[in-house]
Design a protein around this ligand. Structure first.
Ligand code: ADP
Length: 532
């Protein structure tokens, strides 16, 4: 039994602290990894290593953090997770750094302050469309799970009694078998100063359970994709066209579905990565400095039928309840990988590495650490599955020079495919993924694309490529490339690394991001520029 315990420095067991709000899956994963649970009221009040709870921490708790402790929230992140704050920060970034930077969120007005601006836009739209009215969605700024949402065409129907956002309703969502869906993308920011962002290469696609119908805006089971709403609907348990039972797929299943239609899922994934980087960048300069904390965000992305990803909102403490098989396959591993990311090592190595660290001897090269973990035989870890498929090691990636290519193949390759939608299913779908947009990606070709973006940076940092595996990821280290399904997406090259170390040079980072977008999808950038 003792052999299975995760040990910290000086051979002490690692201890996690929770409160009533801590998701069950977090506790069970930590216990599975050999951590001990902190006993409230015990003698050693500071004797814990990780405190994970749903609500944020007080500044005093951040200020008193000890070097061996971590908190699962960063202060100040409601700038991102409150709908009104998010809109304001993105608007500010656009104003400061130039056009087109916020075009990934639907046109948004914050009520009541922007009411007259909204009225002006409403009538301008109405006039432009020759009387045909656009749809709008009104959402309470601070609520979640689809509560208090209203979709309307006529301004007479707009009601709000608190802070709300009114947003252009995306009327052309990509439908799967006539059902609307959105994507839950998990993102872990391990530090705002310096800014370090990881994206999770698995996630969830969440479906409405009734067919999309603009003729009936009041049907929340057709227009809202929140599972808290849809799991209570009459159609939840029915077998639905293409979607099947329930209301969730894994993200890998969703991307497999797109690939089966020859949709360029790599391009879509790259665009999602850019949305994530720009969104976090919008708030990063204003977030207070804090040590030893991280934030796991849930980004809600709606993809339209032109394969444009729209950011709907960013969730604080994304739901970790396990309601179905898709949840089970994604969320347990998500927590395992989050712990690995924070502690930058695998569960098996945890004990040995802490011991070695306690002796203060070994400093293992990042590449070696990754490669060692990735090559462990017989493991079912997604990253290993990918590696076995591609035959790559991190060292092989050294062939990949300068450019970042962010791509989702890890998740595609890694998760057990629950089902790849066959043509038979797709024939039933009336609104198919847009075949005309499809460009390059066959199911197999993505596996040969690069997924490890950061080799050039690691190489260029020469002597700094080593991190001590016994030290939680910290701002003085070059960030790790990958932990399980987490992949580093920011910084993504030497220039952005430099521009985010001593203070944050947002202008420079945006320039680099624009260059990257131009390189990755010049035709899209051109088209969007023309449209403007
Ligand atoms: P909540 O925090 O209540 O979940 P969201 O902003 O995520 O609020 O919206 C809930 C759901 O409403 C989304 O999952 C999506 O299905 C739908 N939705 C929200 N905003 C839009 C929009 N602008 N266009 C189309 N659908 C939207």
């Amino acid at each position: 039994m003792a052999e299975d315990r995760a040990l910290g420095p000086a051979g002490k067991p690692l201890v996690f602290r929770v409160d009533d709000s801590t998701p069950e899956v977090v506790q069970s994963v930590l216990l599975e990894r050999g951590w001990d649970k902190f006993e409230q009221g015990g003698q050693d009040v500071e004797g814990w290593n990780l405190y994970w709870r749903t609500s944020s921490f007080r500044m005093a708790e951040h200020a008193n953090i000890k070097p061996w402790q971590h908190l699962n929230h960063h202060p100040g992140t409601t700038r991102l997770t409150r709908k009104d704050h998010l809109a304001k920060h993105l608007r500010h970034m656009k104003k400061t750094y130039g056009a087109a930077l916020d075009e990934f969120i639907p046109l948004t007005f914050v009520m009541p302050n922007d009411y007259s601006k909204f009225v002006a836009e409403y009538f301008r739209e109405k006039h432009r469309a020759g009387g045909a009215r656009s749809c709008w969605i009104c959402k309470p700024a601070e609520r979640s799970r689809g509560r208090g949402i209203l979709i309307f065409r006529d301004i007479k129907d707009l009601v709000f009694d608190d802070t709300y956002v009114v947003q252009k309703y995306i009327c052309n969502p990509l439908l799967v078998g006539r059902y609307k869906c959105d994507l839950r993308i998990y993102v872990c920011v391990t530090g705002f100063q310096p800014l370090t962002i990881y994206i999770y290469q698995e996630g969830l696609a969440r479906f409405a359970t009734e067919k999309f119908d603009l003729g009936n805006l009041r049907n929340s089971h057709a227009h809202l994709t929140n599972s808290s709403i849809n799991k209570c609907g009459a159609s939840y348990g029915k077998v639905k066209e293409v979607v099947g039972h329930g209301c969730k797929w894994t993200l890998s299943r969703f991307f497999s579905y797109l690939r089966s239609w020859d949709v360029d899922d790599l391009l879509l994934w790259q665009k999602i990565n850019h949305v994530v980087i720009l969104t976090v960048l919008a708030i990063a300069p204003s977030v207070p400095v804090a040590a030893n904390c991280f934030e796991l965000f849930g980004f809600d992305i709606l993809v339209d039928d032109n394969l444009k990803p729209w950011l709907l909102e960013v969730n604080f403490s994304p739901a970790l309840s396990i309601d179905c098989s898709a949840d089970a396959s994604v969320k347990r591993k998500l927590i395992h990988d989050t712990i690995e990311l924070i502690y930058l090592r695998s569960p098996r190595n945890e004990r040995a590495e802490w011991r070695e660290g306690a002796k203060g001897r070994h400093s293992v090269s990042l590449a070696k650490l990754h490669a060692g973990r990735l090559n462990k035989p017989g493991s079912t870890r997604p990253s290993e599955a990918l590696l076995q498929r591609t035959g790559r090691t991190l060292e092989d990636e050294s062939a990949v020079k300068k450019d970042l290519k962010i791509c989702p193949e890890n998740k595609h390759a890694s998760q057990p495919r629950e089902m790849v939608s066959g043509r038979k299913d797709l024939l039933l779908s009336t609104k198919e993924p847009p075949r005309t947009k499809a460009k390059l990606t066959g199911r197999h070709s993505t596996y040969h694309k690069t997924l490890l973006p950061f080799m050039s940076l690691i190489q260029s940092c020469g002597g700094r490529t080593s991190v001590s595996p016994c030290v939680p990821l910290d701002s003085s280290n070059v960030p790790g490339l990958q932990a399980g399904n987490f992949v580093l997406i920011f910084p993504f090259n030497e220039a952005t690394y430099g521009a985010s170390r001593n203070g944050l040079n947002v202008r420079r980072i945006i320039q680099e991001l624009r260059k990257l977008m131009n390189k990755q999808h010049p035709h899209v950038v051109d088209m969007e520029a023309k449209r403007r």
